[in-house]
Write a new protein. Structure first.
Length: 630
């Protein structure tokens, strides 16, 4: 049963055996691209319901099902007919449900964390010099000290997994994950509570689930294997987020079951052969095409990356060529319907017109995942409050404006209205605050985000997220006297605040373009941003020069550049290299195509690449096109 090639027909029996409460067996189900992973997850849930549904309803126990997005949660709930024995949620929602009754434990965790943070900031303050960084740190110390001082007055904590968490008793996204992981690791009682309430835990997209919590769940399973079934669904080759657990497959204990689904229901036969070849150096998993799958098309276009090349024109010409090759007019012209995918997000940001907002934040490692899914502290403030308000004002939709202000404005909060002699005055004040904000757009002006933020802070229209408080509190007179002062200030500064300083200086329109992008309403996508998606026609743009990334390198993967000494050292030590990361992303991108795939690679080393590709055997000779020049 541990065979890595379990067929779909055997899968039901495997899961039935594992989901036996008298003798539970944890398992890792390999489900490659397009294999119907969600279908398998739902099948496991139905098998369990048939055996234990009535028993769980009577005992108030549940099967916990964690998946990556709210949309995926809704899909799974629909397929399982909203059965109450299943608690389907995202990782943040699940973590919060686990810890939300334990306010004393949360309080003690926060006391320890805030005390440590304050000591670290004070140490930096003593060593630093006066200036912007010092002023920002002073505000941060004051914020954290105030929060620490009022912890004992907070009766209960709150958290919204889908929005900005602003308020004296609010927790942020990172805190909820960290508290949950620590309590599960350190508190035996918390582990017992988890097992008693959720004796079965199924995790979808397990390769990208937050690593600290995954490690905590592994620890629970290790200590309580006889009464806790922990099941992972996913494919380590498709790990695309930095906070997912590296080496997940190796971390799975030897005594776990390891079934696999080998049929690819999404891709044409040619693409399945390609992705099988791509992953041969990573593991021995291979997929098979459905018997009725089409042959499909794959082409690699090698483009000489000369200075001044018009890449938009080149890609339009390639789309026309693909229309000829495939006899599919939706590749080009008025009927064009293709998905263009880029190497890294800031490539899409440049093409989508929001690079100045995106890139400073993307350079902060701990910001990346929250920036990509829209949960980074500060983002929901703009995306869920300010942007909808501005769009409603521009559309002259008074009802939508009133709804947003009533829901989010601190001027109209119940606590505020109760303490005011004239609630009507507060309503008038909120209306004046709205007019003041919207006046920034007078005469077709495109105000900066910082101007909007300062306007809101001055009027009190919305509560300002903690991350922005040092910036809006800053005295504009703080400056520098010389270049040496500037250098010292840079070395002394907080990279997180510096990143937001740069991002907030951009026009508001860039924020709107960014929100369209993370909502998948932009024509541009990325390797990392297409989890679970599929498209009939895919054009992927590989451009290391434009990407300017150090995490990925297609020139290395395709043989145009040699591995660095760091790559060689990491490989010798069994660590992940930039080539490994790039291979995974290339696998993910190719596996999105349902019919035809065009890979466009800009390079100055076409001959080296063609020679290397002969050894890789990824593309057939007639599939490599190298005649495209500006």
């Amino acid at each position: 049963m541990n065979s890595p090639a379990t067929q779909a027909s055997d899968l039901g029996g495997v899961m039935d055996s594992c989901l036996d409460l008298d003798n539970p067996k944890s398992f890792f189900l390999f489900a490659g691209a397009g294999s119907g992973k969600t279908r398998a997850l739902v099948e496991a849930m139905k098998i369990f319901r048939q055996k234990y549904g009535q028993e769980f309803r009577l005992s108030s126990r549940k099967v916990a099902v964690i998946t990556y997005t709210n949309a995926a949660c809704d899909e799974i709930k629909h397929r399982i007919e909203y059965d109450s024995i299943f608690a389907v949620s995202t990782i943040h929602s699940f973590a919060w449900e686990l810890i939300r009754p334990y306010h004393n434990d949360i309080r003690e965790w926060l006391k320890e964390r805030l005390t440590t943070d304050i000591l670290e900031l004070e140490e930096k303050q003593q060593k630093g010099r006066s200036g912007k960084a010092s002023a920002d740190r002073a505000v941060q110390i004051e914020q954290k000290q105030k929060r620490l001082d009022r912890l004992d007055t907070i009766k209960y904590f709150t958290y919204n997994p889908n929005g900005e968490n602003i308020g004296k008793n609010s927790l942020n996204h990172a805190e909820v994950i960290a508290i949950s992981a620590d309590l599960l690791t350190d508190k035996s009682l918390m582990r017992r509570i988890l097992i008693r309430k959720y004796p079965v835990l199924l995790i979808d997209e397990s390769q990208d689930t937050q690593k600290d919590l995954v490690d905590a769940f592994f620890a629970v399973q290790n200590k309580h294997s006889g009464e806790f079934c922990f099941a992972l669904f996913g494919d380590t080759m498709q790990r695309i987020y930095s906070d997912g657990k590296s080496g997940l497959a190796e971390a799975v204990p030897d005594d776990w079951e390891k079934p696999a689904i080998t049929i690819n229901h999404r891709c044409p036969k040619r693409v399945v052969r390609l992705i099988n070849t791509i992953r041969t150096t990573a593991d021995d998993h291979k997929q098979e095409s459905r018997n009725d799958a089409i042959e499909g098309f794959v082409r690699l276009f090698l483009v000489q990356d000369d200075d001044g090349i018009d890449k938009t024109a080149v890609e339009a010409e390639i789309a026309k060529k693909m229309a000829e090759i495939t006899s599919d007019d939706q590749w080009s012209g008025d009927n064009q319907e293709i998905k263009t995918l880029t190497l890294e997000h800031h490539m899409a940001a440049r093409r989508g017109g929001f690079n100045d907002f995106f890139e400073p934040l993307y350079q902060v490692s701990r910001f990346k995942t929250g920036l990509l899914d829209g949960t980074l502290s500060g983002i929901p403030f703009f995306s869920q409050q300010v942007l909808p308000l501005v769009k409603s004002l521009q559309a002259e939709n008074r009802f939508a404006v009133a709804r947003i202000v009533k829901k989010y404005s601190q001027l109209l909060s119940s606590d505020m209205l109760k303490t005011r002699e004239s609630p009507l005055d507060e309503i008038r004040k909120s209306a004046a605050a709205v007019r003041s904000l919207f006046s920034l757009w007078d005469d077709n002006h495109n105000p900066s985000l910082i101007d909007c933020l300062k306007n809101i802070a001055t009027s009190g229209l919305f509560a300002i997220p903690d991350v922005f408080v040092p910036i809006v509190s800053r005295n504009d007179s703080i400056g520098h006297e010389s270049e040496s002062d500037d250098l010292a200030e840079t070395l002394d500064s907080d990279p997180s605040i510096d990143a937001w300083d740069k991002a907030l200086s951009v026009p508001f329109s860039q924020l709107e373009s960014y929100v369209q992008y993370i909502s998948d309403k932009s024509q541009f996508g990325t390797h990392q941003g297409i989890k679970g998606l599929q498209f009939p026609r895919v054009m992927v743009v590989l451009d290391d020069n434009e990407a300017r990334g150090f995490m990925f390198s297609y020139d290395k993967l395709f043989g145009a550049k040699a591995p660095t000494s760091t790559d060689q050292q990491n490989a010798q030590e069994g660590k992940e290299t930039s080539i490994d990361r790039t291979r995974r992303l290339f696998y993910v991108i190719c596996s999105r195509a349902q019919s035809s795939l065009a890979v466009v690679m800009y390079t100055k080393e076409k001959d080296k690449i063609k020679e290397h590709l002969q050894n890789l055997n990824w593309f057939e000779e007639n599939e490599i096109v190298d005649k495209f020049k500006n």
